[in-house]
Design a protein around this ligand. Structure first.
Ligand code: GLN
Length: 470
């Protein structure tokens, strides 16, 4: 724990942590030592982790990286984080993310962007040498984004500023940053983890999951994070398997679907080659490769960018200056609401609220929201049909590119940023589990990931297959 606290201080220039909680960590670590001395330890005893700032932590500032939450200190703990403490983990601090988890680059955070510890080849320091160099290493050279919205979680794991981190994924926010930082991230099946105490973005899509250095680490983390919670009616009452036991299990005879529609026109040749490499690895491990069709996937991205903002506009109505955090002065309550929301939300969040209220308004509801929900059903049925044919998992690239530069994308056209999610949003729309596993480096020396999509509640197969690729 002490070594990790020092590493976090050294690497402040990465901006991965928005709040460091060293006293908290040392206290938890001491309690952990006592339990271990008595031979009582839990499965995560003494392991230092970071918590995305979207998870409410009792007595510890939680902001969702938005100005509107101000210095909100929750009087309660999210179910997922409380299960980590139950199992012995130690909290190093709260991790940066896109504001309300809306983004793919961590650039929408009210605390500013996170720096990816990876560098393009030739632009001075790389991972490893950089961490020792601390602040100096991070501020030189071309800064790359770590992906988002869980950019702080991914960067912290990649730079060894924690052993693992919690994250959330609404449209790719665990898997895309994992792919950009050479880490492993799994979004479990919708309902696998409790959403209680996690700041809501789009409630029918949001799901918590871990980012870790290896498939095994994420399996161990997920076992502690998952499970039924009576406080979240969408969490499912099913036993949580021993995920670690599925790591290293043979994949012989498993049938892996390769969706032909994902060979997007203009797909980056290096990503295509890596995808082929992944296919070869799985085949060599005894899996059978089958071409499949997911015909409605091409509508997933536009439908997601209707459903997610719609739900967000409803969820974010609660930030009114009365109940939480920031309050601006106004002549009457309406002006107070307006001024608070104008000052408290960033541009991307405002854009989502406007899109959301538009697609939900009477007269447009049928044309946009209802239609997007129908598309969502078709996407789900595509997967059901494939799994009914005996496919165990689907293999795709995790992202259409490797990490890009800070400030490079989306400033003129937000859609350019939304396109990052083309391979990941489908999984949320269908409620399925998906894992991103590092599979190699591109010609710039940057990590690339592959994504495996599983049957509902079959995270175990993803851990087995993921380990073949990593
Ligand atoms: N990038 C997507 C969005 O901006 C997904 C974010 C997420 O998964 N939280 O909505």
């Amino acid at each position: 724990t002490a070594a990790h606290i020092a590493a976090v201080e050294q690497a402040r220039a990465l901006n991965a942590y928005v709040l460091e909680t060293p006293e908290h960590a040392l206290k938890q670590a001491a309690a952990s030592d006592e339990r271990l001395a008595k031979g009582e330890g839990g499965p995560l005893e003494g392991l230092p982790v970071g918590i995305k700032d979207l998870f409410a932590t009792k007595g510890v500032r939680t902001t969702a990286c938005s100005r509107i939450l101000g210095n909100f200190v929750p009087p309660y703990e999210s179910t997922v984080s409380s299960q980590l403490w139950r199992d012995g983990a130690v909290m190093l601090g709260k991790l940066n993310n896109d504001e309300f988890a809306m983004g793919s680059s961590n650039e929408t955070s009210a605390f500013g962007p996170v720096v990816n510890p990876w560098r393009r080849k030739g632009s001075n320091v790389g991972l490893g040498s950089n961490v020792g160099a601390g602040a100096a290493g991070a501020i030189e050279g071309n800064h790359l984004v770590p992906g988002g919205s869980s950019g702080g979680s991914a960067a912290a794991v990649a730079a060894h500023l924690c052993l693992a981190a919690t994250a959330t994924d609404t449209g790719g926010s665990i898997r895309q940053p994992a792919a950009f930082t050479g880490t492993v991230g799994i979004k479990p099946t919708y309902g696998r983890c409790s959403r209680w105490g996690i700041v809501a973005f789009a409630s029918s899509l949001d799901q918590a999951g871990p980012i870790g250095k290896t498939v095994r680490d994420t399996a161990v983390m997920l076992r502690s994070m998952a499970g039924h919670d009576p406080k979240d009616t969408t969490s499912v009452d099913r036993a949580v398997p021993d995920y670690e036991a599925s790591v290293g299990r043979s994949v012989k005879g498993m049938r892996i679907g390769i969706p032909k529609e994902y060979r997007l026109e203009g797909l980056n040749a290096e990503i295509d080659a890596l995808w082929q490499q992944g296919i070869d690895w799985l085949r060599a491990a005894g899996a059978e490769i089958v071409e499949i069709s997911l015909p409605h996937s091409k509508y997933a991205l536009p439908a997601y960018y209707i459903v997610a903002p719609a739900e967000a506009s409803s969820n974010l109505a609660r930030y009114d200056g009365v109940r939480y955090g920031l309050r601006e002065q106004g002549r009457d309550i309406i002006e107070m609401y307006e001024k608070t929301r104008a000052a408290g939300f960033g541009a991307e969040v405002k854009r989502r609220i406007m899109i959301g209220t538009y697609v939900l308004s009477s007269g447009y509801y049928d044309a946009y929201y209802l239609r997007a929900q129908k598309v969502r059903t078709l996407i789900k049925r595509d997967f059901e049909a494939v799994y009914d044919q005996g496919i165990d998992a689907v293999l795709t690239p995790a992202t259409p590119s490797s990490a890009f530069g800070i400030g490079e994308k989306g400033s003129a056209d937000p859609v350019e940023m939304y396109l990052n999610d083309v391979f990941t949003v489908t999984v949320n729309m269908a409620g399925l589990p998906g894992i991103a596993v590092p599979a190699g480096l591109d010609s710039q020396g940057l990590p690339l990931g592959l994504q495996l999509i599983g049957r509902p509640f079959d995270e175990e197969t993803l851990f087995s297959l993921g380990q073949v690729i990593e």
